[in-house]
Design a protein around this ligand. Structure first.
Ligand SMILES: C[S@@+](CC[C@H](N)C(=O)[O-])C[C@H]1O[C@@H](n2cnc3c(N)ncnc32)[C@H](O)[C@@H]1O
Length: 299
């Protein structure tokens, strides 16, 4: 599912950046694209001479409707939604299997027990709750001054909690690189505060969520990054029930970025999302004075 640029980054991190001083975490490996990129780099560097398995890999390994519809399982026509695809992953990663510690299951049920983390690849933060759970469970073990976080979905345009989280903890990270419509790379520069005692993305007041999101949009310097972050913001506005404001923002992005097919695809995906309310529902919300009064306080 990753671009060649993103795979190249992971390979480089495994080969050139990883020192062996902390674990590598591949959170959301799917069929093993990110896993093989990281592991090939580690293999090439030859730094795990002690025969240890430095890459801990997480996934539910359950087929989802979008991945089935996208044709990822054409070689396994017997698989349907919710079937287990761990065997396919195992087949794909056979050549680097000795480098992996594979932990199948819902990440919300997993505990991190692997000590300091040097490279954290994140490609499963698909909800507010998963995001906040992973931040509290894994991030306290990131090595200050060294650890890299690869946020694969940062510029995907559909997960506002990623930008909100990185803005909330902005002073602790430096942003190193970005890849259009996807990955942004951060390095932890200072020890993090107590993440268990803090409100994270889901529990922040709406007003704070929006303020952090606005800061994140304004931080983007490249047109594609800005467009995708504006889509994340539009989704956040949607969550508030301000469908028309969210939709207007998407339309504005479409007008301004009509020459970027990836942005246009993301906009259309947004507008045809199953989360989108029906026309009747939109009308009702639009004319509900209570909903409007509450949401206008924060949008
Ligand atoms: C976009 S795919 C990852 C793509 C992969 N990194 C690659 O290189 O092709 C997202 C993955 O996150 C996994 N995932 C989503 N929610 C999860 C959860 N709660 N626990 C564990 N895995 C989860 C899905 O099963 C899916 O394989």
């Amino acid at each position: 599912m990753l671009s060649s640029q993103e795979l190249g980054l992971l390979y480089w991190l495994g080969r050139e950046y990883w020192s062996g001083g902390g674990a590598i975490v591949d959170a959301g490996c799917f069929l093993g694209g990110s896993t093989i990129a990281l592991a090939s780099g580690v293999r090439e560097a030859g730094r795990n001479a002690d025969g240890s398995s430095p890459i801990t890999v997480y996934d539910r390994f359950l087929v989802e409707d979008y991945s089935l519809a996208s044709g990822f399982f054409e070689d396994a026509p017997e698989l349907g939604v919710d079937d287990d695809f761990l065997a396919l992953f195992e087949r794909n990663v056979a050549g680097v299997r000795d480098l992996l510690d594979v932990r199948p299951g819902d990440i919300l049920q997993q505990r991190w027990d692997g000590g300091p983390i040097e490279i954290l690849f994140l490609d499963l933060l698909k909800t507010w709750s998963i995001n906040d759970y992973v931040v509290r469970e894994f991030w306290p073990q990131l090595i200050p001054g060294r650890a890299m976080i690869v946020q694969q979905d940062y510029q995907y345009g559909g997960y506002p909690w990623l930008a909100i989280t990185m803005e909330l903890l902005h002073e602790y990270f430096e942003r190193l690189d970005e890849m259009p419509w996807g990955t942004v790379v951060f390095r932890l520069r200072a020890p993090l505060p107590d993440l268990h005692g803090m409100s994270l993305s889901r529990d922040l007041p709406m007003r704070d969520k929006l303020e952090l999101m606005d800061r994140a949009v304004n931080r983007e310097t490249q047109p594609a990054g800005r467009a995708m972050l504006r889509l994340s913001r539009a989704l956040l506005v949607w969550y508030l029930g301000r469908w028309r404001a969210g939709e207007a923002e998407v339309q504005a992005v479409m007008r301004e970025h009509g020459d970027d097919p990836s942005v246009m695809l993301a906009c259309r995906r947004f507008l045809s999302s199953p989360m989108a309310p029906s026309e009747n529902e939109r009308e009702r919300l639009h004319h509900d004075p209570c909903a409007r009064a509450l949401t206008s306080l924060v949008v």
